[in-house]
Design a protein around this ligand. Structure first.
Ligand code: MSP
Length: 526
């Protein structure tokens, strides 16, 4: 149910030179959780992901594999990138490929507009290029090589030699936008977040911007420059435009007006493209700049960014095959402050799975459902008079729900989870202290027992609603077991901003058996 309050969120579009690792999956999950939250809040939500298929990197990979770039891209999209979305349970609204006609024709339209308005000129260029980054590198990211690359200049991110390119290119007058960009960062402090990312971008732009080379002529795997088909559009210029071509730029103005501007979730390595080049391009075209650009940190292995090319990539299925997609989604968002780097470790994943998901949340749910079954024949009892401890639980639920919503708004996903987990912890403590098993021994305590279990059940109701963006599978099972679907309708239709209002599950609902939400993981046999 859309409220007319537009919320458009994007992930970066992924290079199809290789299959995804958990770093890519991390970006996807973060954007998906935020999208699901807004969707469930009734906002007019649209979430976009997709693939970046042009450029020299893809061309070289395809050639090395004895095929054409189009065939290579088709294979990777079908066999790796679309299946990733299933593996980690992503509910995207659209998937854009930069080789689609809807994208290519709108890229040409955009470029022609900038050309007609005098923002593009032709010139000679000689500079060091990193094919891994698909970028002419700024001085700050050129370092001296070591080991086999001793004596060569290498990319600070990829540690691979840079290539000296000399070409006639078309240039975008990006330098014209230095002052306007600085004013934008000043006027809208939340335009680039987190704060560390914002400061880095401001510092970079303060040094003054150069014009940007936006075409290549030494190969032809890309969108043709409309007025000169001996050139293809620079892959980043092409790729950034996906965010508007996918929602109808130049083709469906009504939809474009409805969706744009977007919130972009990107890794910090590609922040500058999004926070500098992209808004400058939009300004030149007379379009609105994005709503926000959020740069998240990296998953590290041995202190370095996890990457396939450095052979440190872990396939998402290595985790989901054992722990399931819910645990994958939860773990990375809970364990790493969104915006900071984090190291992945199997020990930490197993420990959190056991302590937080299985023992914390899972056991709470099965214990409560089992007690309603045992003491009230499966019928949710009506509460009698609330005491201070019950009211305190109601307050915890309300505050957790409110705090989580504010945190999601600020894209502090880890804080949202921490707030929601106060309900898990407090409810577990409440049950231990209230001792329903002791109350059940004396029929004189039936009213009190009913109040305690009602409070626990409605707390679980709130937890199911609040956790459904993160743990869609487990909360769905819980919702069914609580008999909530019958009384309240589908879980995904529960307005998430109202989740903290206590007492929504009607007494008299019937609970049913709940299998372990997070089953015990048997250690692999060596
Ligand atoms: N194709 C460009 C993006 C174009 S967007 C208009 C690109 N693709 S990528 O496949 O290399 O990376 C996509 C995203 O994955 C980036 O946000 C990047 O930060 C993220 N990650 C890649 N490795 C990562 C980690 N080890 N950890 C976290 N995120 C990482 O760049």
């Amino acid at each position: 149910m859309a409220s007319g309050n537009s919320f458009y969120i994007t992930t970066p579009i992924f290079y199809v030179n290789d299959a995804p690792h958990i770093g890519h999956a991390y970006t996807e999950v973060a954007a998906d959780v935020v999208a699901r939250w807004h969707r469930q809040a009734g906002d007019d939500t649209w979430s976009l992901t997709g693939t970046d298929e042009h450029g020299e990197k893809i061309l070289r990979t395809a050639t090395a594999n004895g095929t054409t770039p189009q065939k290579w891209a088709d294979k990777l999209v079908t066999e790796a990138w679309k299946p990733l979305l299933e593996t980690i349970d992503i509910q995207n609204d659209d998937f854009i490929r930069t080789t689609e006609e809807r994208h290519e024709s709108s890229v040409q339209l955009f470029l022609q507009r900038l050309y007609d308005d005098g923002y593009i000129y032709s010139g000679e260029y000689e500079a060091l290029y990193c094919v891994g980054c698909e970028e002419f590198k700024p001085q700050s990211e050129i370092v001296n090589g070591t080991g086999p690359f001793e004596g060569q200049k290498v990319c600070a991110i990829h540690s691979k030699p840079l290539e000296l390119l000399k070409e006639k290119n078309y240039f975008f007058r990006m330098s014209d936008f230095t002052e306007r960009l600085l004013a934008l960062y000043e006027e809208r402090p939340d335009f680039v977040q987190p704060e560390s990312a914002r400061n880095e971008v401001i510092q970079f732009v303060r040094q003054g911007l150069s014009d940007l080379s936006i075409s290549r002529s030494s190969f032809d795997w890309g969108v043709k420059v409309p007025w000169d088909d001996s050139h293809v559009v620079y892959v980043w210029f092409d790729a950034l435009l996906n965010y508007i071509t996918a929602v109808g730029y130049g083709q469906d103005e009504a939809n474009f007006d409805r969706r744009w501007p977007a919130t972009h979730i990107v890794g910090k390595d590609i922040l500058r493209f999004h926070a500098v080049i992209w808004p400058a391009m939009l300004m030149a075209a007379g379009l609105e700049v994005p709503k926000q650009i959020f740069g998240h940190g990296w998953l590290l292995v041995g202190g370095e960014k996890m990457s396939k090319s450095k052979l440190t990539g872990i396939a998402p299925t290595e985790i989901t095959d054992t722990f399931g997609s819910d645990a994958f989604r939860y773990y990375f968002l809970r364990a790493i402050a969104f915006g900071q780097d984090g190291s992945f470790s199997w020990e930490d994943l197993s420990a959190r799975y056991q302590a937080e998901l299985a023992n914390g949340f899972g056991n709470l749910a099965s214990r409560v459902v089992a007690m309603v079954t045992k003491y009230f024949d499966g019928v949710v009892p009506a509460p009698a008079e609330y005491t201070d401890v019950d009211l305190a639980i109601q307050e915890v639920v309300k505050k957790a729900a409110d705090d989580a919503d504010s945190s999601i708004d600020a894209l502090a996903i880890h804080d949202a989870l921490a707030s929601i987990w106060t309900i898990v912890d407090e409810l577990n403590g409440y049950i231990t202290d209230s001792e329903p098993w002791a109350l059940a021994k004396d029929p004189a305590n039936a009213a009190r027992l009913g109040t305690v279990l009602y409070t626990a059940v409605d707390g679980l109701r709130a937890l199911a609603v609040l956790l459904s963006p993160v743990l869609p599978q487990a909360t769905h099972k819980l919702w069914d077991a609580l008999g909530a679907a019958e009384a309240l309708g589908a879980l995904v239709d529960q307005p998430i901003r109202d989740a903290g209002r206590f007492g929504q599950l009607p007494a008299g609902s019937t609970v049913s058996a709940l299998q372990a939400l997070f089953p015990r993981i048997e250690p692999a046999v060596a």
